[in-house]
Write a new protein. Structure first.
Length: 214
């Protein structure tokens, strides 16, 4: 992969976070209260189906962008750790698992919005409340890319060591059930933005070094 390619991959991180924020806003801006009945949830699907559908779709694309970012980062990790290391692949597999679980988190409400006229209140409630199942799955899966990057960055300095420490801290928070949601809602987006920045800056430094020696 060329330096220019590496820099382009870095832009998928901010794009992922932007799509997550917009998607969550559109899905939740008129969302039902906690412990809402099935009838209330179904009425929400019917009244705001366009907003829920668009928000869920954008959020799911954001999850794809997150996986693309880590796929690009994997190249840098392999260069630093060597092909014998399993950690770069573990980071990509974990990102793919987290991305899929994140997509399903939004997909259940998307299904409710699409099928609003063909489901009953009980089914609507099942759709909406199953978000928690996939949210927790994404929470645990996200540990893998963050922990792998933390270990490799600390060992090889492919990213700053203080960023390795931050990555490890977020991974630990994700592992602790009662506060894991903080790691997913706040830690993962911050990690995505910061990692994108370091990938972009690292690629720019390589470009400048190549130009200086040309």
């Amino acid at each position: 992969m060329t330096t220019a390619d590496n820099r382009r991959w870095a832009f998928f991180g901010p794009l992922a976070v932007a799509l997550w924020v917009i998607g969550i806003f559109l899905i939740t801006k008129n969302g039902p209260p906690d412990h809402a009945t099935g009838g209330v949830i179904l009425a929400w699907y019917k009244a705001h189906s366009d907003s829920v559908s668009l928000g869920a779709w954008l959020f799911m694309i954001g999850c794809l962008c997150f996986v693309i970012l880590v796929a690009g980062l994997r190249v840098r990790l392999v260069e630093a750790a060597g092909r014998a290391s399993q950690l770069p692949m573990l980071a990509l597999v974990g990102a793919a698992m987290a991305g899929l679980a994140g997509m399903l988190t939004a997909a259940v409400d998307l299904a409710g919005a699409i099928d609003k006229n063909d489901i009953d209140p009980g089914t609507a409630a099942t759709f909406h409340r199953s978000v928690d199942v996939f949210f927790v799955s994404a929470e645990l899966a996200a540990i893998l890319p963050l922990a792998a990057v933390a270990i490799l960055a600390w060992r090889t300095r492919v990213l700053p060591r203080w960023w390795a420490a931050f990555s490890g801290l977020v991974a630990v928070v994700l592992l602790i059930g009662p506060i894991g949601w903080l790691g997913l809602i706040f830690g993962v987006p911050l990690w995505t933005l910061g990692t994108s920045l370091f990938v972009w800056l690292g690629s720019r430094e390589r470009t400048q070094a190549a130009a200086a020696t040309a």
